[in-house]
Ligand binder design. Structure first.
Ligand code: SF4
Length: 348
């Protein structure tokens, strides 16, 4: 019976070094192997000709250097967004999005297959939870995007990652943090830690842990409602971690990390986009080092809401400014291929 090989991409550079030493080889070989994969983009063992054959054979026998297959690829009509439905080794499907706007290349990657949080307006939430992704499966999405970029323009590489794809990253904390460590490794993809943004729907213990561990990644919190009742109607997990507890965790994070929080607010016509709603957000966040990202609702099959129009969104923004809260209105891109916020699902 063939032995089950570990996923190479699950390993940090230090873990690979320790494994190599355990096998009785020099750490120098581990460093070279790491460079082959993360800097030279070489994934075929036989092409790693600088490695001693015995080490290469041992690594190939123990470690799988595979990447997810592209099941479906779609491009937005404006040419800025590409969405990939990727098939994992067990044939679970996840989505990864490449956004290639002038001067800014960003990958939106998934942390879980499905999601357990059940936000009512979100296609991933509507499909339910299947399983957590491993660190390697998260890293593999970034590598996939990097390969695409390299094929489009050899000089171009991934500069920004948002963990805003399928899944709640703080529900899969350890794998996500290992993945960010691998992605930021200066001997590899070398993403600046400030180039990674993690979006949570409000998993309070995860926010506190993030603050305590001093992980220098940007934090975005999906708010959507400024009272407990309104928020819980859109984000069921608010019943477990109420608004008061969430705000306390956010203030703790800002104080401990000395870092701004980005609050995401999906604008739904007639539901949470009135002047009263805007004042409630202003009062709730007043005094925090915060920025509000306003995202007109993106359509999904399972939610009947309507996106707020531009004019009403701008009115909302003007009211936030009265509370000294900076805000942006997210441009709607990739909607024609269901690659916008809240639209990712594993449709074949
Ligand atoms: S918005 Fe995020 S946390 Fe909520 S259901 Fe969708 S993927 Fe999960």
């Amino acid at each position: 019976m063939p032995t089950l090989r570990a996923n190479f991409h699950d390993l940090t550079r230090e873990a690979l070094r320790l494994l190599t030493v355990r096998w009785g080889f020099s750490p120098v070989h581990a460093a070279r192997l790491w460079r082959y994969v993360y800097l030279d983009r070489i994934e075929a063992w036989e092409l790693m000709t600088d490695l001693p054959v015995r080490y290469r054979d041992r690594a190939a026998a123990e470690l799988a250097l595979t990447h997810p297959e592209i099941a479906v690829e779609t491009h937005s009509s404006d040419g800025f967004t590409r969405k990939y439905l990727l098939a994992l080794a067990d044939d679970r499907r996840i989505e990864t999005v490449l956004m290639r706007f002038t001067g800014r290349v960003t990958a939106c990657i998934s942390s879980q297959a499905g999601c357990a949080m059940g936000c009512v307006f979100c296609a991933t939430g509507q499909m339910g939870f299947t399983r957590h992704l491993s660190a390697g499966e998260i890293v593999a999405q970034a590598l996939h995007v990097n390969r695409v970029l390299h094929s489009l323009n050899p000089g171009e590489r991934l500069r920004n990652i948002v963990l805003m794809g399928m899944g709640e990253p703080l529900h899969n904390y350890d794998a996500v943090m290992t993945a960010t460590e691998i992605l930021c490794d200066t001997a590899g993809l070398s993403l600046g830690t400030k180039q990674i943004t993690l979006s949570t729907v409000g998993v309070v213990p995860g926010i506190v842990r993030l603050a305590d561990e001093g992980r220098p990644i940007h934090l975005a919190v999906s708010l959507h409602g400024a009272t407990q009742e309104e928020r819980a109607a859109l984000v069921p997990v608010a019943k477990k971690w109420p608004l008061d507890a969430l705000m306390e965790a956010c203030r703790y994070y800002i104080a401990k990390q000395q870092r701004r929080i980005f609050y995401e607010w999906t604008l739904i016509e007639g539901k949470n986009d009135t002047a009263e709603n805007a004042h409630a957000v202003g009062r709730l966040l007043h005094g925090q080092d915060a920025q509000v990202n306003l995202i007109p609702l993106n359509p999904t099959a399972g939610f009947a809401g309507i996106p707020t129009g531009q004019e009403a969104a701008r009115r909302f923004q003007t009211i936030l400014a009265e509370y000294n809260l900076p805000s942006t209105i997210r441009q709607r891109r990739g909607i024609d291929i269901a690659a916008g916020c809240g639209q990712l699902a594993n449709a074949r």
